[in-house]
Ligand binder design. Structure first.
Ligand code: PGA
Length: 254
């Protein structure tokens, strides 16, 4: 597939997989995806598996991501993980502001912006998630919600750092529900987000930012979604928990 930006496809394992299960999955992916050069491939295991997965994918084309990170470098923040700790395991990407964290941990756009700055300060790359709920979409609020989240979560980044930031558009109603946005809905939202980035930064920066789609991505719909002009990859939950389906999503996207 001939794309303006290199595709980036990341697996978000969420709160799944023991260390042994993570290793099985990582080892299978390393073999199944060894020949893929056209796509940036990322896996985001739970924190407890980062160490072993990091070793398992050494010398491979798979990069490691974390599912969250503190905005602080160290200190009395029980249960939090700092950038320096992630870097010990060669983590390169950090998912921030996933809708599950916005919902269950009440993460705000302002907090996500602080974390995005901390991720960049550590020379890691954030994957910043945005997306509307079904109620917001049905109330005609999609654009307003997306613009607020994009402006708030990415506030304060320089143009250079914004260009190195990945945005994930994940309509909340499509996550884990089996309901995928139609390709037209995905493209419309992605183009809208790119337009907001263009207003916030400039057009050249907006053209460089990779915007992933997330929400029930599977091998059967990956190709059509990735064929959209402004869809530059995927953030995959459920279908990334099994080597075959994650590898097929990537292969079907090339
Ligand atoms: P899903 O999750 O693929 O299981 O819908 C996507 C995500 O939440 O990142």
């Amino acid at each position: 597939m001939n794309k303006e930006r290199k595709l980036i496809i990341a697996g978000n394992w969420k709160m799944n997989k023991t260390v042994a299960e993570s290793l099985d999955l990582a080892r299978s992916l390393k073999i199944d995806l060894a020949s893929v050069k056209e796509v940036d491939i990322v896996v985001c295991p739970p924190f407890t598996s980062l160490s072993e997965v990091s070793k398992a994918i050494l010398d491979s084309n798979i990069r490691l991501g974390a599912q969250n990170m503190s905005e602080h470098n160290a200190g009395a923040y029980t249960g939090e993980i700092a950038a320096g700790m992630l870097k010990e395991f060669s983590v390169r990407y950090v998912i921030l502001g996933h809708s599950e964290r916005r919902q269950y941990q009440k993460e705000s756009d302002a907090l996500i912006a602080l974390r995005a700055a901390a991720v960049h300060a550590a020379s890691l790359k954030p994957i910043v998630c945005v997306g509307e709920t079904l109620a917001e979409r049905e109330a005609g609020q999609m654009e307003k919600v997306l613009e607020t989240q994009v402006r708030g979560s990415l506030a304060g980044l320089s143009k250079e750092l914004m260009a190195e930031t990945v945005v994930a558009y994940e309509p909340v109603w499509a996550i884990g529900t089996g309901k995928t946005a139609t390709t037209a809905q995905a493209q419309e939202a992605h183009a809208f987000i790119r337009g907001v980035l263009s207003k916030m930064f400039d057009e050249a920066v907006a053209r460089r930012v990779r915007i992933q789609y997330g929400g029930s991505v599977k091998p059967s719909n990956a190709r059509e979604l990735m064929s959209q002009a402004d869809v530059d990859g995927a953030l995959v939950g459920g279908a990334s928990l099994e080597a075959r389906s994650f590898a097929d999503i990537i292969k079907n996207s090339i």
